[in-house]
Design a protein around this ligand. Sequence first.
Ligand SMILES: Cc1ncc(COP(=O)(O)OP(=O)(O)O)c(N)n1
Ligand SMILES: Cc1nc(C(=O)O)sc1CCOP(=O)(O)O
Ligand SMILES: [Mg+2]
Length: 223
Amino acid sequence: MRRDFDLSLYFIVGPSHVAGDPVALVQAAVQGGVSLIQLRDKTSGTRQMVDSARRLLTVLNGTGVKLFINDRVDVALACGAYGVHLGASDMTPEDARRIAGDGLAIGVTVKTVDEVRRIDPAIVDYASIGGVFDTKSKQNDSAPLGLSGLREMVSALDALAPEMPRCAIAGIDLEKAGSVAACGLDGVCTISAIALAPNAEDAARAIRQTVDANKRGRESAFA
Ligand SMILES: Cc1ncc(COP(=O)(O)OP(=O)(O)O)c(N)n1
Ligand SMILES: Cc1nc(C(=O)O)sc1CCOP(=O)(O)O
Ligand SMILES: [Mg+2]
């Protein structure tokens, strides 16, 4: 298992979300408290994607913030990313593990309780529960889970693998981040709440503070 990563504030970047070079944005976001980065690129060629990932790794060097690559096991391995993120239409986690061995952490999207129950905790390193709310960053075909649906998914995950790191995604902004994290998560994932903010560093700092005050494992801090 490769689980030396921090889901507290997971920020996704890519050409569909950020106009131009994401390096300055990523630096500001990390300065503000982003703990994990994902490169999500549905449009570039493979070589361009590997180059972009390598640039992000250079920026992240020495920060402790790890890089995941969306969809592409080959790109993640080629650039030396920490992990890969896989959804229902991507390579299965089992196939990704066969290819990558222990060389990649594997994160998955889960949208239903059945999908949660099908996770193999010996293969998967984190679960991302989505889509919690409406999002403008991607077309989501399923209805939003809302907080009650999110809680059901977290309960299913707790029954399967209580130690499994978990975050949630879709429409999570500063206003919602605290109540989302308080559903029993290790963190939240966002695009627009940071990428479209007037000041990415300030936005990341504010979201990180509210996540840290509400996320799983914080209960004992107030006991
Ligand atoms: C952290 C995180 N959670 C969910 C997703 C969505 O992945 P997927 O369902 O494969 O959809 P695409 O992002 O590939 O369109 C994600 N990328 N990251
Ligand atoms: C990449 C992605 N996956 C989702 C899912 O529900 O699976 S929602 C999403 C985009 C999230 O962007 P924002 O924070 O701007 O809503
Ligand atoms: Mg995918």
